[in-house]
Ligand binder design. Structure first.
Ligand SMILES: [Zn+2]
Length: 224
């Protein structure tokens, strides 16, 4: 169980069809989760990333769009298991439900692209995996063949003035990304008066009650 770090392979040209590895991933997905509503939303597509000019990895047939019913309780766990085993599976990017993981960093980040990816997981393969390294057997071995996926990660904790720790650090980083033109908050994991003021500022502009308490609605508005 290892997260792939580095080695991201962008798309260079339209290659004409899906790769074997992406086809294997799709057939594993349909076999393992078809009874829960999993669908095939496509592999090969000669197009740029939606809303951009960079060529999508779909253009090399190395990305699969794994369809899943909106709001289901299980696909998030599968996507996180992809991330956690990305080195063994040869995966370089997963996008699902407003979050993205790619091999430039170990953790999920908020995804702000034009599609929220609530009805599918976009999963990209590195070339070795696309060229057949990713087999159904390998997926069954690493992921389990439709065994219940792990529970979703714990919800982000409620934070307020005086809170400390990693979640506060993520909050501070995120607020700094939201407001690059404001003086940056120190990413120190310490929810002090400056962080409190920035949270209230964010909440006011997001149409939330500006109470400085970072609960589920504020986390969601921040992109988590
Ligand atoms: Zn996609």
């Amino acid at each position: 169980m290892t997260i792939q770090i580095g080695g991201y392979q962008g798309a260079r040209s339209c290659t004409g069809g899906p790769t074997q590895g992406a086809r294997n991933l799709m057939s594993w997905w349909l076999g393992a989760y078809g009874s829960r509503g999993a669908t095939n939303l496509g592999i090969y597509n000669c197009r740029p990333v939606s809303g951009g000019s960079v060529l999508s990895v779909h253009a090399e047939g190395r990305a699969a769009d794994l369809g899943a019913p909106v709001g289901n309780p299980w696909s998030w766990g599968v996507m996180d298991t992809f991330r956690l085993n990305s080195q063994e599976l040869g995966l370089q990017c997963v996008i699902h439900d407003r979050r993205i993981w790619s091999s430039i960093a170990p953790d999920w980040r908020p995804y702000s692209g034009s599609s929220p990816h609530t009805d599918h997981g976009h999963v990209e393969l590195m070339w070795w995996a696309a060229n057949g390294g990713l087999t159904v057997d390998r997926l069954n071995q690493v992921m389990g063949g439709g065994t219940p996926p792990p529970p979703p990660p714990p919800a982000m904790p409620v934070l307020r003035l005086g809170s400390t720790g990693d979640a506060v650090r993520r909050l501070q980083e995120t607020l700094n990304r939201w407001y690059p033109s404001l003086p940056p908050l120190a990413v120190d994991g310490d929810f002090g008066p400056r962080t409190d003021a920035r949270v209230r500022y964010f909440q006011g502009r997001a149409g939330l009650v500006a109470d400085g308490i970072v609960g589920p609605a504020t986390w969601r508005a921040l992109g988590f």
